[in-house]
Write a protein that binds this ligand. Structure first.
Ligand SMILES: Nc1ncnc2c1ncn2[C@@H]1O[C@H](COP(=O)(O)OP(=O)(O)OP(=O)(O)O)[C@@H](O)[C@H]1O
Ligand SMILES: [Mg+2]
Length: 476
């Protein structure tokens, strides 16, 4: 990992943000402390200097233009802490009129002191490399000034040492905060690493694994982990469905092939009459029909899955459509001794793909005819319900087996678990019907009915609500 990549890590970025905020606070607090401390130190020095100035000032003699310290008050040569104090009386032109104590370079001090403004306020002066605190006061009754100076080397040293100590403390605090922040960020992000590692390890063979982090309710990362788990569950279901679908599809395609092969083998075992060959070919053709029907259904379902099942947008007269479909099934209904009723009295137009919709209704009718015992009735009808057209196929048969109800519209669902194909298909019809209805913006449902099965195909009605007109608009 390069330094740049390392810096981009969330853990590092979190730590750096935290350290920057903490560091700024620590620096501000350290600087404020130092300023208050320095002010307090200077205040002590200045108080002593002012007190001394007051004592010395009281003893100054102004006599006939002569300004001297006089002898009444002993001049303090040093502060109470034993630090030497220099007192000067300086004329307006910078001439030293009188002086006391151990004075270092009094001329320089006198000249520098004359430039100090305002009077009465102690200031720092550095003469010959030595820092001094200097107070200049006017002398009453004269134009001379009293200059009082004391070295502050110790005070400056104390302040420098305090500053160094503060800088060291702030740096140590920042380093500690960085270490703590890095550790805390690492701990907080650990669930993310666990999640990443688990999800990275999961292959299509162990989709049953879950991240399953035990985090308190409401925790953001707990939510993320639950979201991952939910996604894994969906993937697992999707993979299972896909596996089952592939296995079922293979089975459905293999069964007629096996049957055809054995039919051929039996037929070819010896010479047959033309009659026998014809009968055998009829069996083969029926199996081929079944095979190609299943293959075609699978293809359509695959197209529906990939979203490429795009119905044409043709205006269909609903009445004609229902009549046309039911009349095609009339002969078969007759053969099964069933009454096929069609109720298409509704006038109106449906926009959709007639081939696909026919396929959907054909499957419903095929089911109804197969499941209704002789003497029964199958009814096809169409009715407008608000923004929808509802095409119904109802029969008087035994109704849908409760065992298959829950998965009725799933692929390869059929009541006969042995998958004997006597009279039944692969169990793809209803799922295809639903895929077609949904591709039209509608759906197909099994309605509750007292007797028999009642399927309803709901399709958008172009002149109904705005939404249905929108859906029915021809595509690009
Ligand atoms: N009208 C009905 N009455 C009773 N059961 C029905 C009816 N229609 C469907 N079913 C049940 O639903 C199952 C699924 O129907 P679907 O049309 O999807 O498959 P299929 O008819 O068995 O095969 P395919 O349609 O692929 O030829 C049927 O096997 C049957 O058990
Ligand atoms: Mg069917």
């Amino acid at each position: 990992m390069t330094a740049r990549q390392w810096l981009r890590r969330t853990r590092v970025r979190l730590t750096l943000t935290y350290v920057a905020a903490f560091g700024a606070l620590a620096i501000v607090a350290g600087a404020a402390f130092w300023l208050v401390f320095a002010q307090a130190q200077y205040a002590t020095v200045d108080q002593a200097l002012t007190a001394q100035a007051r004592v010395i000032g009281a003893g100054i003699n102004v006599d006939n233009g002569q300004v001297t310290f006089g002898g009444d008050v002993p001049l303090p040569g040093e502060t109470t802490h034993g630090i030497a104090v220099t007192a000067l009386l300086v004329s307006r032109r910078g001439t030293i009129l009188d002086q006391s104590g151990e004075t270092q370079g009094p001329t320089g001090l006198a000249r520098a002191a004359l430039r100090i403004r305002p009077l009465d306020t102690p200031v720092n002066l550095s003469l010959g490399g030595r820092p001094d605190r200097v107070l200049v006061l006017p002398v009453a009754g004269s134009r001379a000034v009293l200059v009082l100076a004391r070295p502050i080397t110790e005070l400056e040293d104390t302040l420098t040492q305090t500053a160094l100590l503060l800088v060291a403390s702030v740096l140590a605090l920042i380093a500690g905060a960085a270490a703590l922040g890095y550790w805390v960020a690492g701990r907080a992000l650990r669930p993310v690493r666990v999640m990443a590692a688990t999800v990275r390890d999961i292959s299509e063979h162990d989709l049953g694994r879950r991240v399953g982090l035990d985090l308190p309710p409401g925790d953001e990362l707990g939510e993320l982990s639950a979201t991952f788990d939910a996604m894994l569950s969906r993937l697992e279901t999707a993979f299972d469905t896909l596996r089952r679908f592939t296995a079922d599809a293979a089975h459905e395609l293999r069964a007629p092939l096996t049957l055809m092969r054995s039919q051929l083998e039996v037929t070819l075992r010896r010479e047959r009459s033309a009659e026998e060959y014809r009968a055998s070919h009829d069996v083969l053709r029926a199996e081929l029909d079944r095979l190609s029907r299943t293959a075609e259904q699978l293809l359509l379902l695959a197209r529906a899955d990939s979203g490429s099942l795009r119905p044409r947008h043709v205006r269909i007269d609903v009445d004609d459509f229902v009549q046309e479909v039911s009349s095609r099934w009339q002969p078969l209904a007759g053969r099964h001794r069933l009454r096929l009723e069609s109720d298409g009295a509704t006038e109106g137009v449906l926009v959709g793909d007639p081939d696909l919709l026919r396929r959907c209704l054909d499957n419903l009718l095929d089911n109804a005819l197969r499941h209704t015992p002789a003497g029964g009735t199958v009814a096809v009808s169409v009715a407008g319900q608000g923004p929808w057209w509802v095409l119904s196929v109802a029969d008087s048969g035994p109704g849908v087996d409760p065992v298959v109800r829950a998965t009725l519209f799933e692929r390869f669902t059929r009541a006969d678990p042995a998958r004997t194909r006597s009279g039944g298909g692969a169990g793809l019809g209803l799922s295809l019907c639903r895929a077609i209805a949904r591709a039209h913006g509608g759906d197909v449902t099994l309605l509750e009915s007292a007797s028999g099965a009642h399927f309803a195909v709901q399709l958008p009605r172009p002149n109904g609500a705005a939404i249905s007109a929108e859906r029915a608009r021809p595509g690009p």
